[in-house]
Ligand binder design. Sequence first.
Ligand code: DX5
Ligand code: ZN
Length: 219
Amino acid sequence: KLQAIIAPSILSADLSNLADECQKLNEQGADWLHIDVMDGHFVPNFTFGQTVIKCLRNKVKGFFDCHLMISEPQKWVKKFHNAGADQYTFHYEAVENQEQLCKEIKETGMRVGIAIKPTTQIEDNLLNLINSNLVDMILIMTVEPGFGGQKFMYDMMQKVQLLRSKYPTLDIQVDGGIVCENIDIVAQAGANVIVSGTGIINHADPKKAMAFMKERVQH
Ligand code: DX5
Ligand code: ZN
């Protein structure tokens, strides 16, 4: 039941040529496209929002995995749904009532993801949300959110292991600093949804990098 999913992050792509870049990643074997939305407030960087995603949706097929690194993610659920997002992953730290937000996302038909920053621990409240079947995926950040190309935080694997021991079929995503050289570490910890930006896009052969990662995660 557990599927290996490779989700290249388009953050490190040529953003002036985004539709072509996305299509290229799809042809090279991407399972999902990981779309990093940053608001300059929750994280110290800006990227793009639902207006750009809506335009992309007209040209690009496949699963849009939207990672919302924004304050007040509850304000944008409908807009992202209308723009064509397939999954809405908000940050646990950005909201007070996570349960309510999960329900609002589910109502649209989008999949629900919850991301936690490196300093955020897996609290009982988060486990309760998973137990209530309100969450489709947990994203364990393996860098401080905000920028591509940072160094992988090995310590985060404890969180992945803990979650995987409790939930054999939950989609567990890892994001930040993942490259072919450390894919075995995240795979062995139990992650099955792999985000990689520079690790794929700056690789000499992105197709080969994605195939390699997928093979290692499937094992
Ligand atoms: C970081 C973003 C990541 C980023 C990953 O805040 O959430 O998705 O694009 O890039 P790499 O793989 O280069 O660390
Ligand atoms: Zn991300």
